[in-house]
Design a protein around this ligand. Structure first.
Ligand SMILES: Nc1ncnc2c1ncn2[C@@H]1O[C@H](COP(=O)(O)OP(=O)(O)OP(=O)(O)O)[C@@H](O)[C@H]1O
Ligand SMILES: [Mg+2]
Length: 351
């Protein structure tokens, strides 16, 4: 195989959706092909684009005959920094190649049901016929492995060093939990490491073609949210809250933060909205009625759906059998299916 063939293959790589107009073939500084390994040296137009360029380059070159391995090395961009008054923003928001929509699920408060909502929403979208991925961005306390019945599983990388998401119940799943020595290992990340891990999760994973990538965020308004906001082109975020005053006051902070970092809030999911008493079939609004609606209307937000309190939901989650797949006809599953439909409609209208 000749280097010309390599360059020709690279000419077809389209990086525009990642915000890069320059052709990658022109960024190649050196190329060698020995013993099935293709080694490229690339000079990116600016720093911070390495991950997305690597994924696209590997995708284009792994198809070439005789190529067993693609090793992409980067040199620092030589281009002079523009003078300070014309300096680029420090971060560029990138799309994840092949992924049509990215939606984050967040809240201000812990324990309101973000992970439960993210997981069941992902599965509901899959039941609607979409190709779906679920990313556990809760690097501090990953719970997706438990919820998806993937506790103790490990993630692999392919020969191109890309992470391969696990697959369960028809969706692709990735969590930092699949990379820790044991589930009890606390994750103590320093800021820059966290940043690297998260961006690597997103950009160096072989997601394939996805209609939706749902991200389960950690509680609060901390560095994970900021990192994502700075680096990823999200379609928006859903905020989960319960009707309790403490949860509502925290979710307001989350909404303000999303607005500050320019992530559209696509809507509110009201969790633990009411309890349906099994003996009389009546709805009981244990935490009060109408509070979430009031909050949503004050902030000009839409409620995408309300999920009842259901002891079965908690149990199925602990067993790793999310209700949307294990009890598809239950009231909660219907609520999740409804939220999935409203979300897809909201995004269609937005685009
Ligand atoms: N509608 C519901 N009915 C009953 N139990 C629920 C409901 N929603 C969530 N739970 C339970 O509440 C607990 C917290 O839910 P979950 O882990 O999804 O919250 P979280 O917001 O992701 O928490 P964290 O902030 O720790 O990430 C879990 O045990 C879950 O099974
Ligand atoms: Mg969680």
């Amino acid at each position: 195989m000749s280097i010309k063939e390599v360059i020709d293959a690279l000419k077809n790589v389209d990086l525009r959706e990642a915000g890069i107009n320059q052709n990658v073939a022109k960024m190649v500084k050196d190329a060698k092909f020995t013993g099935g390994t293709l080694t490229l040296v690339i000079e990116p137009p600016r720093e911070g684009l390495e991950d997305v360029i690597r994924v696209k380059v590997v995708e284009a070159l792994e198809k070439l005959p005789d190529v067993k391995n693609v090793d992409v090395k980067f040199v620092k961009p030589k281009a002079q920094q523009p003078p300070p008054q014309f300096q680029q923003p420090m971060f560029t928001r990138k799309k994840v190649p092949g992924v049509k929509h990215i939606v984050a699920v967040g809240s201000g408060k812990g324990g309101v049901g973000k992970s439960t909502v993210a997981t069941n929403l992902a599965l509901a979208l899959s039941r609607l016929g979409y190709k779906v991925g679920l990313l556990d961005a809760d690097v501090y306390g990953p719970s997706v492995p438990t919820l998806m019945g993937l506790k103790g599983e490990r993630v692999n990388v392919d020969q191109f060093q890309r992470l391969i998401p696990l697959e369960k119940y028809g969706i692709k799943v990735l969590s930092i939990g699949f990379m820790l020595p044991s589930e009890d290992t606390p994750v103590i990340w320093r800021g820059p490491m966290l940043m690297k891990a998260l961006t690597e999760f997103l950009f160096s994973t072989k997601w394939g073609d996805l209609d939706y990538l749902i991200m389960d965020l950690p509680p609060g308004t901390g560095d994970v949210q900021i990192t994502l906001a700075q680096n990823v082109q999200l379609d928006g975020a859903l905020v989960v809250t319960t009707p309790q005053d403490v949860a509502l006051s925290d979710v307001k902070k989350a909404v303000t933060m999303f607005k500050e970092v320019n992530i559209p809030v696509l809507g509110v999911v009201e969790n633990m909205a009411y309890f349906i008493c099994p003996s009389d079939g009546q709805k009981y609004y244990i935490f009060g009625k109408g509070k979430v609606a009031q909050f949503a209307s004050n902030y000009g937000l839409k409620i995408l759906g309300s999920i009842p309190i259901d002891p079965d939901l908690a149990q199925r989650s602990d067993e790793g059998k999310p209700v949307v797949v294990s009890e598809p006809d239950s009231e909660v599953s219907k609520a999740f299916m409804g939220i999935a439909k409203v979300l897809t409609e909201t995004l269609q209208k937005k685009n």
